[in-house]
Design a protein around this ligand. Structure first.
Ligand SMILES: NC(=O)c1ccc[n+]([C@@H]2O[C@H](COP(=O)([O-])OP(=O)(O)OC[C@H]3O[C@@H](n4cnc5c(N)ncnc54)[C@H](OP(=O)(O)O)[C@@H]3O)[C@@H](O)[C@H]2O)c1
Length: 325
């Protein structure tokens, strides 16, 4: 089968052995996979001396074969792969055995994947393959950040810098679905227009003076995954005593900030990462109830993967990038 791998420092399409299911495992024939910024970081993290690893965390497809003892699905079922490995029940932080699919385990950028039957969920029927394939990692991260950690409530205001990011597009829809007010920022006018059509109430350019523009607003919650480029400015628009959730740092991990104004402001800074299977199931119910559709910006094939990587590298995307099989 064809797969997109990282091998001895190189990214390439390679013929790999077809997987077969062991006890408690299923083989899924992938129909669509989703690209995440994480996939771009993996070559650096692995270095030059590693054997072939199939990249990819997100995917959806059809169960092709099941191993002994599998009861929750059968051959022919349409499923979404849960990339959060071995984190089943809600908890304050993931268990020690938690990993994200696609490193160190072989991932979804392949015609087939073998995986534990505990890592698949039935696909909502209103989603296309592309929409289902790009769903899990970003939507789950957004769901936990907004609801479990951010505790957003109807009538509250959430501020999200980097409107076009994969996770942000889910955040906008989730927040609007529960009656929250949404303020977004972007460096691109085009992305701001799209964010507004997705439901954002206020859309500001990255270059604007956010504090001045939002003088009349009361921001209850900030969700920032851009990192160094926006962190301090995002904190500046948060109301005193407000909550800020961070799950990513696209533009560098380290920042300096003023502790004194932080504690006088009595702000709450909360870390988050992906989510449990319990949260994924709640998320799938949310998507079904609100007939939500993930925003798929563009689709690529396995052979065209380098262009997909380049597209995300320069932040052209609004929403998610799909890889179709
Ligand atoms: N911890 C976890 O479990 C987890 C899960 C998912 C993602 N993440 C991390 O969270 C981050 C977001 O992920 P994603 O997939 O949603 O991101 P993405 O689709 O790659 O989008 C990144 C966004 O960052 C903004 N941005 C980039 N450089 C910027 C700059 N210099 N100034 C202002 N804005 C800038 C861009 O906004 P505009 O182009 O609109 O300006 C872009 O929309 C990534 O770092 C990712 O690795 C972590």
């Amino acid at each position: 089968m064809k797969a997109f791998v990282h091998e001895y420092g190189e990214l390439k399409v390679k013929d790999m052995e077809e997987p077969s299911p062991g006890e408690g495992q299923v083989v899924v024939a992938i129909k669509a996979a989703g690209l995440n910024r994480r996939d771009l970081y993996i070559p650096n993290r692995r270095g030059e001396n590693k054997e072939a690893l199939i990249l990819g965390s997100d995917g959806a497809g059809v169960i092709e074969a099941i191993g002994s003892g599998v009861q929750n699905v059968q051959a022919g079922d349409e499923v979404i792969i849960n990339p959060g490995l071995r984190w089943f029940e809600n908890s304050d932080a993931p268990p020690a055995e938690f990993d994200i699919l696609g490193m160190p385990d072989n991932g979804t950028f392949a015609e087939k994947i073998v995986i534990s039957c505990e890592q698949v969920e039935h696909k909502p029927s209103h989603l296309s393959w592309e929409e289902a394939g790009v769903l899990a990692l970003s939507a789950l991260t957004g769901y936990r950040a907004l609801f479990t950690k951010g505790q957003i409530k109807e009538g509250e205001t959430v501020f999200i810098p980097g409107a076009g990011s994969g996770v942000s597009t889910y955040l906008i829809s989730f927040a609007k679905n529960v009656g929250a007010r949404v303020i977004v920022t972007s460096r691109s006018e085009e992305k701001l227009k799209k964010a507004k059509s997705l439901g954002a109430d206020i859309a500001l350019l990255d270059s604007e003076d956010w504090v001045k523009q939002l003088e009349e607003e009361k921001v209850d919650l900030v969700i920032d995954s851009v990192g160094r480029a926006t962190f301090k400015r995002s904190l500046d628009v948060l109301k005193k005593g407000g909550r800020m959730v961070v799950f990513g740092a696209t533009t560098e991990d380290t920042i300096d900030f003023d502790l004194r104004s932080f504690f006088y402001g009595q702000y709450q800074l909360i870390g988050s990462t992906m989510g449990s299977r319990q949260e994924l199931r709640a998320l799938l119910d949310h998507i079904k109830n609100f007939k939500m559709h993930p925003v798929v910006d563009k689709s690529f094939t396995l052979e065209d993967m380098q262009n997909a990587f380049d597209y995300i590298e320069v932040n052209k995307q609004f929403g998610k990038i799909a890889i179709t099989f």
